[in-house]
Design a protein around this ligand. Sequence first.
Ligand code: IMP
Length: 175
Amino acid sequence: MTSQERLSVLAGREEIAKTVTRLASEINRDYQGKRPLLVGALKGVFVFMADLVRQLDLPGEIEFIRISSYGAGRESTGKVKVVQNMETPAEGRDILVVEDIVDTGLTVSFLLDYLSQKNPASLKLCALLDKPSRRRVQVNIDYLGFTVPDKFIVGYGLDCNEEFRCLPDICYLGD
Ligand code: IMP
């Protein structure tokens, strides 16, 4: 049972807040004079996205897209598809994809390929967490919050079978 597993804090709320401020200032600097379209990959990104956009000093627009990759459980199925698309056209836009975690990289590389086929003016990636030990495809992360060990991460929007999303800290399950 997941709820009986040990939960340890990887990054507490103060450290998260500092990191989000750093990421927002990098994005503010790089997108000055532009109107980026921020595309959040649901569902895990919702907490990070909400904190990030409130620190942006840009006339940005927000979109969400939902990609299925895992289903229930902790292992990627390796099969990725768009299950809820965004409404705003991507063509000609400066798109910044916002992800919660890059693990195998399959989900975000599918999303970047999918969006690049829509002819955006530019396409970059902001990820709160990077778990490089499990990477199966190469992914370039333009704005990165934390590099994390090979643990199952929950909290701050990330779940395990829909549990733990609302924890304010970034935690991991197990020892
Ligand atoms: P990837 O395709 O393996 O890179 O996985 C991407 C998606 O899987 C993320 O957007 C998360 O939704 C989910 N995921 C991967 N690793 C974790 C984790 O440690 N905790 C919670 N969700 C994860």
